[in-house]
Design a binder for this molecule. Structure first.
Ligand code: DGP
Length: 126
């Protein structure tokens, strides 16, 4: 499967330090930072440092160390932001992909949203 990666996307520029971000967590293979346009009190984006377009791209082609690091980074962000089920009231994790998923930035990211009740997952017809 061919996944074309555009290294001029905004998150690639963030990873190269070309534009600023508000970092929440950095690990060997992952970076978490606050969404520029937060849609909830907690809105953090978690990205792998590797050049992956989407979650399926990452899941199919990333190395084991990257996958473990990324998964654990997501857990750590949830803990740091106080939205885990053990210490908080939950969250929603979203990863948009492609045109139908309405993905704006073509570098894999998961949105961690929380801090308030988030409503149903999809708006009718939305
Ligand atoms: P999407 O690709 O549709 O899953 O969402 C992209 C998200 O990225 C959107 O919620 C806004 C956020 N975003 C866009 N540009 C920037 C930026 O330069 N910095 C940060 N921190 N977030 C951004």
């Amino acid at each position: 499967m061919d996944y074309a990666y555009d290294d001029q996307n905004i998150f690639a520029k963030i990873l190269r330090g070309e534009i600023p971000n508000t970092t929440v967590l950095e690990t060997s293979h992952s970076l978490a930072f606050r969404d520029l346009y937060p849609q909830a009190p907690v809105h953090v984006l978690v990205i792998p440092k590797g050049a992956y377009v989407s979650y399926d791209h990452f899941a199919a082609e990333a190395g084991d160390a990257e996958i473990v690091d990324y998964t654990r980074a997501i857990a750590e962000v949830c803990r740091m932001e106080g939205v885990t089920l053990s210490a908080g009231e939950g969250f929603r994790m979203i990863s948009n992909a492609g045109d139908h998923g309405v993905q704006e930035v073509p570098h894999l990211h998961v949105h961690i949203l929380g801090g308030r009740p988030l409503g149903r997952m999809l708006a009718k017809g939305g």
